[in-house]
Design a protein around this ligand. Structure first.
Ligand SMILES: [Fe+2]
Length: 314
Protein backbone atom coordinates (compact mmCIF):
# COMPACT_ATOMS: atom_id res chain seq x y z
CA UNK A 1 0.00 0.00 0.00
CA UNK A 2 1.28 3.44 -0.89
CA UNK A 3 1.55 5.76 2.01
CA UNK A 4 1.37 8.91 -0.05
CA UNK A 5 -1.98 8.73 -1.70
CA UNK A 6 -2.45 11.69 -3.95
CA UNK A 7 -2.16 15.27 -4.89
CA UNK A 8 -4.69 17.19 -6.87
CA UNK A 9 -5.35 20.74 -7.84
CA UNK A 10 -8.81 20.07 -6.56
CA UNK A 11 -10.36 23.50 -6.79
CA UNK A 12 -9.29 23.99 -10.37
CA UNK A 13 -11.09 20.89 -11.61
CA UNK A 14 -14.69 20.88 -12.74
CA UNK A 15 -17.11 18.61 -10.96
CA UNK A 16 -15.00 18.37 -7.81
CA UNK A 17 -17.01 18.46 -4.62
CA UNK A 18 -14.87 19.68 -1.80
CA UNK A 19 -14.92 18.02 1.57
CA UNK A 20 -16.49 20.29 4.17
CA UNK A 21 -13.22 20.57 6.11
CA UNK A 22 -11.49 22.30 3.22
CA UNK A 23 -14.29 23.96 1.31
CA UNK A 24 -13.94 27.19 3.29
CA UNK A 25 -10.19 27.27 3.50
CA UNK A 26 -9.40 29.17 0.31
CA UNK A 27 -7.99 28.47 -3.09
CA UNK A 28 -4.87 26.51 -3.77
CA UNK A 29 -3.69 23.03 -4.43
CA UNK A 30 -4.57 20.34 -2.01
CA UNK A 31 -2.23 17.61 -1.05
CA UNK A 32 -4.01 14.85 0.73
CA UNK A 33 -2.61 11.73 2.19
CA UNK A 34 -3.84 8.63 3.86
CA UNK A 35 -1.38 9.16 6.66
CA UNK A 36 -3.65 10.27 9.46
CA UNK A 37 -6.00 11.52 6.71
CA UNK A 38 -4.01 14.71 6.53
CA UNK A 39 -4.54 17.46 4.01
CA UNK A 40 -2.44 20.46 3.15
CA UNK A 41 -3.65 23.44 1.20
CA UNK A 42 -0.74 25.01 -0.64
CA UNK A 43 -0.08 27.77 -3.12
CA UNK A 44 2.93 25.88 -4.42
CA UNK A 45 5.11 28.27 -2.47
CA UNK A 46 3.74 28.00 1.01
CA UNK A 47 1.33 25.95 3.04
CA UNK A 48 -1.81 27.96 3.66
CA UNK A 49 -3.44 25.58 6.04
CA UNK A 50 -3.46 22.00 7.13
CA UNK A 51 -5.71 19.67 9.00
CA UNK A 52 -7.25 16.26 9.08
CA UNK A 53 -10.11 14.97 7.05
CA UNK A 54 -12.81 12.76 8.37
CA UNK A 55 -12.84 9.33 6.81
CA UNK A 56 -15.92 10.28 4.82
CA UNK A 57 -14.32 13.49 3.54
CA UNK A 58 -11.09 11.75 2.72
CA UNK A 59 -12.97 9.29 0.54
CA UNK A 60 -14.88 12.17 -1.02
CA UNK A 61 -11.66 13.96 -1.87
CA UNK A 62 -10.24 10.83 -3.40
CA UNK A 63 -13.30 9.97 -5.43
CA UNK A 64 -14.04 13.48 -6.70
CA UNK A 65 -10.46 13.94 -7.75
CA UNK A 66 -10.17 10.60 -9.44
CA UNK A 67 -10.01 12.28 -12.81
CA UNK A 68 -7.25 14.61 -11.72
CA UNK A 69 -3.67 13.79 -12.46
CA UNK A 70 -2.37 11.75 -9.59
CA UNK A 71 1.17 11.84 -8.38
CA UNK A 72 2.18 8.97 -6.18
CA UNK A 73 5.02 9.08 -3.77
CA UNK A 74 6.02 5.58 -2.73
CA UNK A 75 8.84 7.08 -0.77
CA UNK A 76 6.57 9.14 1.36
CA UNK A 77 7.31 9.03 5.02
CA UNK A 78 4.49 8.87 7.56
CA UNK A 79 5.11 12.50 8.43
CA UNK A 80 6.01 14.44 5.28
CA UNK A 81 8.15 17.48 5.77
CA UNK A 82 6.94 20.95 4.90
CA UNK A 83 9.45 21.03 2.06
CA UNK A 84 8.10 17.76 0.67
CA UNK A 85 4.51 18.95 0.77
CA UNK A 86 5.39 22.17 -1.04
CA UNK A 87 7.31 20.20 -3.66
CA UNK A 88 4.23 18.09 -4.28
CA UNK A 89 2.10 21.19 -4.57
CA UNK A 90 4.43 22.52 -7.25
CA UNK A 91 4.53 19.13 -8.96
CA UNK A 92 0.77 19.13 -9.28
CA UNK A 93 0.80 22.34 -11.26
CA UNK A 94 3.53 21.07 -13.52
CA UNK A 95 1.87 17.72 -14.10
CA UNK A 96 -1.37 19.44 -14.93
CA UNK A 97 0.42 21.45 -17.57
CA UNK A 98 -0.02 24.70 -15.74
CA UNK A 99 2.88 26.92 -14.88
CA UNK A 100 2.95 27.53 -11.14
CA UNK A 101 2.70 31.27 -11.66
CA UNK A 102 -0.62 30.77 -13.42
CA UNK A 103 -1.98 28.16 -11.07
CA UNK A 104 -3.38 30.51 -8.48
CA UNK A 105 -7.09 31.16 -8.38
CA UNK A 106 -8.06 34.47 -6.87
CA UNK A 107 -10.52 34.31 -4.02
CA UNK A 108 -12.54 37.49 -4.04
CA UNK A 109 -13.64 38.81 -0.69
CA UNK A 110 -16.02 41.46 0.58
CA UNK A 111 -14.24 44.80 0.97
CA UNK A 112 -14.86 46.84 4.09
CA UNK A 113 -17.06 49.90 3.72
CA UNK A 114 -14.49 52.23 5.22
CA UNK A 115 -17.18 53.95 7.30
CA UNK A 116 -20.01 52.92 9.58
CA UNK A 117 -23.20 51.94 7.74
CA UNK A 118 -25.19 54.51 9.72
CA UNK A 119 -22.76 57.30 8.91
CA UNK A 120 -24.42 58.10 5.57
CA UNK A 121 -27.72 58.93 7.25
CA UNK A 122 -30.07 60.64 6.70
CA UNK A 123 -29.25 60.36 3.00
CA UNK A 124 -28.85 56.57 2.94
CA UNK A 125 -30.16 54.64 5.92
CA UNK A 126 -28.13 52.15 7.95
CA UNK A 127 -30.39 49.17 7.26
CA UNK A 128 -30.15 49.65 3.51
CA UNK A 129 -26.38 50.00 3.69
CA UNK A 130 -25.99 46.93 5.87
CA UNK A 131 -28.22 44.70 3.77
CA UNK A 132 -26.80 46.05 0.53
CA UNK A 133 -23.23 45.43 1.63
CA UNK A 134 -23.40 42.21 3.63
CA UNK A 135 -26.16 40.45 1.70
CA UNK A 136 -26.39 41.68 -1.88
CA UNK A 137 -22.72 42.42 -2.49
CA UNK A 138 -21.62 39.34 -0.56
CA UNK A 139 -23.92 37.15 -2.67
CA UNK A 140 -22.28 38.38 -5.90
CA UNK A 141 -18.88 37.47 -4.48
CA UNK A 142 -19.98 34.01 -3.40
CA UNK A 143 -21.35 33.22 -6.83
CA UNK A 144 -18.31 34.70 -8.54
CA UNK A 145 -15.93 32.57 -6.48
CA UNK A 146 -17.99 29.47 -7.15
CA UNK A 147 -17.86 30.11 -10.89
CA UNK A 148 -14.12 30.84 -10.92
CA UNK A 149 -13.10 27.91 -8.74
CA UNK A 150 -13.03 25.62 -11.74
CA UNK A 151 -11.54 28.08 -14.23
CA UNK A 152 -7.79 27.91 -14.68
CA UNK A 153 -7.22 31.08 -16.70
CA UNK A 154 -10.04 33.35 -15.63
CA UNK A 155 -9.60 32.48 -11.98
CA UNK A 156 -6.15 34.01 -11.81
CA UNK A 157 -7.21 37.39 -13.22
CA UNK A 158 -7.69 40.52 -11.18
CA UNK A 159 -11.26 41.77 -11.00
CA UNK A 160 -10.42 44.67 -13.33
CA UNK A 161 -8.88 42.31 -15.87
CA UNK A 162 -11.83 39.96 -15.64
CA UNK A 163 -14.16 42.79 -16.69
CA UNK A 164 -12.30 43.08 -20.01
CA UNK A 165 -12.09 39.33 -20.70
CA UNK A 166 -15.78 38.50 -20.64
CA UNK A 167 -16.21 38.34 -24.44
CA UNK A 168 -13.54 35.62 -24.60
CA UNK A 169 -15.64 33.30 -22.43
CA UNK A 170 -17.26 31.02 -24.98
CA UNK A 171 -19.55 29.22 -22.53
CA UNK A 172 -22.62 31.48 -22.59
CA UNK A 173 -23.85 30.41 -19.16
CA UNK A 174 -20.45 31.00 -17.59
CA UNK A 175 -20.10 34.36 -19.31
CA UNK A 176 -23.48 35.40 -17.97
CA UNK A 177 -22.55 34.30 -14.44
CA UNK A 178 -19.26 36.18 -14.55
CA UNK A 179 -20.85 39.23 -16.14
CA UNK A 180 -23.57 39.48 -13.51
CA UNK A 181 -21.59 38.52 -10.44
CA UNK A 182 -18.17 39.83 -11.43
CA UNK A 183 -19.85 43.04 -12.51
CA UNK A 184 -21.82 43.13 -9.29
CA UNK A 185 -18.62 42.76 -7.27
CA UNK A 186 -16.76 45.43 -9.23
CA UNK A 187 -19.64 47.90 -9.24
CA UNK A 188 -20.40 47.65 -5.55
CA UNK A 189 -16.73 47.79 -4.53
CA UNK A 190 -16.51 51.01 -6.53
CA UNK A 191 -19.79 52.33 -5.12
CA UNK A 192 -18.70 52.00 -1.46
CA UNK A 193 -15.44 53.76 -2.27
CA UNK A 194 -16.99 56.84 -3.82
CA UNK A 195 -19.27 57.47 -0.86
CA UNK A 196 -18.39 58.85 2.57
CA UNK A 197 -20.09 60.58 5.50
CA UNK A 198 -21.22 64.02 4.33
CA UNK A 199 -18.76 65.91 6.53
CA UNK A 200 -15.82 64.02 4.99
CA UNK A 201 -16.72 64.27 1.32
CA UNK A 202 -14.75 67.35 0.35
CA UNK A 203 -15.35 69.18 -2.91
CA UNK A 204 -14.53 68.61 -6.56
CA UNK A 205 -10.95 69.66 -7.28
CA UNK A 206 -10.30 72.67 -9.51
CA UNK A 207 -9.08 70.28 -12.22
CA UNK A 208 -12.19 68.13 -12.05
CA UNK A 209 -14.49 71.17 -11.88
CA UNK A 210 -12.82 72.58 -14.97
CA UNK A 211 -13.31 69.29 -16.83
CA UNK A 212 -16.97 69.12 -15.78
CA UNK A 213 -17.53 72.68 -16.94
CA UNK A 214 -15.85 71.92 -20.24
CA UNK A 215 -17.95 68.81 -20.88
CA UNK A 216 -21.33 69.84 -19.45
CA UNK A 217 -21.29 73.61 -19.02
CA UNK A 218 -21.53 73.52 -15.20
CA UNK A 219 -21.67 71.22 -12.22
CA UNK A 220 -25.44 71.66 -12.01
CA UNK A 221 -25.86 70.64 -15.63
CA UNK A 222 -23.70 67.58 -15.07
CA UNK A 223 -25.82 66.58 -12.07
CA UNK A 224 -29.00 67.10 -14.06
CA UNK A 225 -27.74 64.93 -16.90
CA UNK A 226 -26.58 62.28 -14.43
CA UNK A 227 -29.96 62.25 -12.69
CA UNK A 228 -31.69 61.98 -16.04
CA UNK A 229 -29.63 58.91 -16.94
CA UNK A 230 -30.30 57.36 -13.52
CA UNK A 231 -34.04 57.99 -13.76
CA UNK A 232 -34.35 56.70 -17.29
CA UNK A 233 -32.58 53.43 -16.55
CA UNK A 234 -35.49 51.05 -16.89
CA UNK A 235 -35.51 48.36 -14.22
CA UNK A 236 -32.16 47.78 -12.56
CA UNK A 237 -28.80 49.21 -13.44
CA UNK A 238 -26.31 52.00 -12.93
CA UNK A 239 -25.65 55.59 -13.96
CA UNK A 240 -22.02 56.56 -14.57
CA UNK A 241 -19.78 59.55 -15.01
CA UNK A 242 -16.82 58.34 -17.05
CA UNK A 243 -13.71 59.89 -18.49
CA UNK A 244 -12.27 58.86 -21.83
CA UNK A 245 -9.49 60.62 -23.70
CA UNK A 246 -9.77 63.53 -21.31
CA UNK A 247 -13.47 64.06 -21.91
CA UNK A 248 -16.18 63.40 -19.36
CA UNK A 249 -19.39 61.64 -20.31
CA UNK A 250 -22.52 60.31 -18.61
CA UNK A 251 -23.68 56.80 -19.42
CA UNK A 252 -25.98 54.16 -18.04
CA UNK A 253 -25.75 50.38 -18.03
CA UNK A 254 -28.34 47.69 -17.26
CA UNK A 255 -28.09 45.14 -14.48
CA UNK A 256 -24.45 44.83 -13.33
CA UNK A 257 -22.74 45.88 -16.54
CA UNK A 258 -20.17 48.67 -16.29
CA UNK A 259 -18.04 50.91 -18.53
CA UNK A 260 -15.04 48.57 -18.33
CA UNK A 261 -16.80 45.72 -20.14
CA UNK A 262 -15.31 46.06 -23.58
CA UNK A 263 -17.14 43.84 -26.03
CA UNK A 264 -20.20 43.72 -23.77
CA UNK A 265 -21.04 47.39 -23.40
CA UNK A 266 -21.19 49.65 -26.47
CA UNK A 267 -17.81 51.18 -27.33
CA UNK A 268 -19.27 54.65 -26.96
CA UNK A 269 -20.08 53.92 -23.31
CA UNK A 270 -16.65 52.59 -22.35
CA UNK A 271 -14.34 54.63 -20.16
CA UNK A 272 -12.88 55.03 -16.71
CA UNK A 273 -15.65 55.42 -14.12
CA UNK A 274 -15.44 58.42 -11.81
CA UNK A 275 -18.96 58.17 -10.39
CA UNK A 276 -21.39 55.28 -10.35
CA UNK A 277 -24.85 55.24 -8.83
CA UNK A 278 -26.66 52.01 -8.08
CA UNK A 279 -30.31 52.38 -9.08
CA UNK A 280 -31.38 48.85 -8.27
CA UNK A 281 -34.34 49.03 -5.91
CA UNK A 282 -32.32 47.24 -3.23
CA UNK A 283 -30.18 50.40 -3.04
CA UNK A 284 -32.99 52.70 -1.93
CA UNK A 285 -36.39 51.03 -1.54
CA UNK A 286 -36.39 50.61 2.27
CA UNK A 287 -36.17 54.36 2.79
CA UNK A 288 -37.31 55.94 -0.46
CA UNK A 289 -39.76 53.29 -1.72
CA UNK A 290 -40.63 54.30 -5.31
CA UNK A 291 -39.03 57.75 -5.05
CA UNK A 292 -35.89 57.07 -7.03
CA UNK A 293 -35.53 60.77 -7.86
CA UNK A 294 -35.30 61.66 -4.16
CA UNK A 295 -32.65 59.00 -3.64
CA UNK A 296 -30.62 60.41 -6.52
CA UNK A 297 -30.85 63.95 -5.18
CA UNK A 298 -29.88 62.88 -1.66
CA UNK A 299 -26.98 60.77 -2.90
CA UNK A 300 -24.98 63.82 -3.95
CA UNK A 301 -24.61 64.64 -0.24
CA UNK A 302 -22.50 61.53 0.31
CA UNK A 303 -20.35 61.54 -2.82
CA UNK A 304 -16.74 61.23 -1.73
CA UNK A 305 -15.23 63.95 -3.91
CA UNK A 306 -11.80 63.35 -2.39
CA UNK A 307 -11.80 59.87 -3.87
CA UNK A 308 -13.25 61.02 -7.19
CA UNK A 309 -10.62 63.77 -7.43
CA UNK A 310 -7.88 61.22 -6.84
CA UNK A 311 -9.22 58.90 -9.54
CA UNK A 312 -9.57 61.74 -12.01
CA UNK A 313 -6.01 62.85 -11.34
CA UNK A 314 -4.47 59.42 -11.57
FE1 LIG B 1 -26.62 47.14 -5.41
Amino acid sequence: MLLGDGIASVMRRPHCVLPPEISQMGIGRIVFTCVDNQYFLTTGKKILSRGRLSFHSYRMAKSTCAHAKRVYHPSMTPHPSRRTVLKWGMATAVVAGISPSHAEVTTHSLPALGYAPESLEPHIDAATMTIHHTKHHAAYITKLNEALATQSDLGSLSLDALMTKLPSVSDAALQSTLRNNGGGHWNHSFFWKIMAPAAQCGKPSPELSKAIDASFGSMEKMKAAFADAALKRFGSGWAWLIVKDGTLKITSTPNQDNPLMKGIVADTDLGKPLLGLDVWEHAYYLHYQNRRADYITAWWNVVNWKEVNAMFGS
